[in-house]
Design a protein around this ligand. Structure first.
Ligand code: ZN
Length: 242
């Protein structure tokens, strides 16, 4: 089975549409979403509708939970807080209903999924070996999928050592050996210096994972953000993927 793993769409409809076109071109059988469908971007309702229609599994992220009121918006600082309040006001009843049914952790055959980390599915950033080791210790499945940091990552556990690190476009991971912790990167707000939308193709037959990037019309999303009155810094950063 070929599974497309997406995360951190963040209300960026043009990025999501570009990723879904790439996913379809790659003949993926299923789509899994690791959360943060909304927050930051201009099209929360359309992104919720599309993810609801296309993804067979979807987690809740911290932004999703903040926007629907499950967690306190005071925990979101600066522009993230402003965008979360904007999103809360813009959210349709349908989108709110969709987000309200999601959980920040999930499970599939041989896979554990978390928006942020196994220790803290809502907030913890897994960026280095310490958090990765704790993530492996808190799980038992051969494969652990996480989002939240917006950095593509491919880490493996060998004995008590964590190997690997950030994943470049077109990088492949051979999942046949050992345990793995993978982050597909972000669809709608990449932060690794590459403005293209990120996703991951998981092939359970060949036991391989490939990191993918796809261009999307960044300027269209930025124009929608400026027209909607979202913070300028959130629009500007999309140009550089930071
Ligand atoms: Zn996010």
């Amino acid at each position: 089975m070929r599974i497309a793993v997406i995360s951190d769409v963040h209300s960026n409809l043009h990025a999501l549409q570009a990723v879904l076109a790439a996913v379809d071109a790659d003949s993926a059988d299923q789509i899994w979403c690791l959360g943060d469908v909304v927050g930051y971007g201009p099209r929360p309702n359309e992104c919720c509708a599309l993810v609801r229609e296309r993804a067979s599994l979807c987690l809740a992220g911290n932004h999703d939970l903040g926007v629907i009121g499950t967690i306190d918006l005071a925990l979101f600082a600066g522009e993230a807080g402003a965008a979360a309040r904007w999103t809360r006001a813009a959210l349709s009843d349908d989108a709110r209903g969709f987000l309200s049914d999601l959980q920040p952790a999930g499970r599939a055959d041989g896979v554990e999924l978390y928006h942020a980390s196994p220790r803290d599915p809502v907030w913890e950033y897994v960026l280095g070996p310490e958090q990765a080791l704790a993530s492996f210790a808190a799980t038992s499945a051969p494969l652990v999928l996480i989002g939240h940091s917006h950095f593509p990552l491919a880490l493996s556990l060998e004995g008590m050592r964590v190997l690997g690190g950030s994943a470049a476009p077109e990088d492949e991971a051979d999942l046949a050996e050992g345990r793995w912790l993978l982050n597909p990167g972000s669809v709608g707000q990449p932060r690794d210096g590459d403005p293209r939308a990120a996703w991951l193709l998981l092939d359970t037959g060949s036991q391989r994972a490939s990191f993918r990037r796809v261009e999307y019309p960044v300027a269209l999303t930025q124009a929608e953000m400026r027209a909607g009155g979202l913070p300028e810094g959130l629009a500007a950063r999309l140009t550089h993927g930071v």
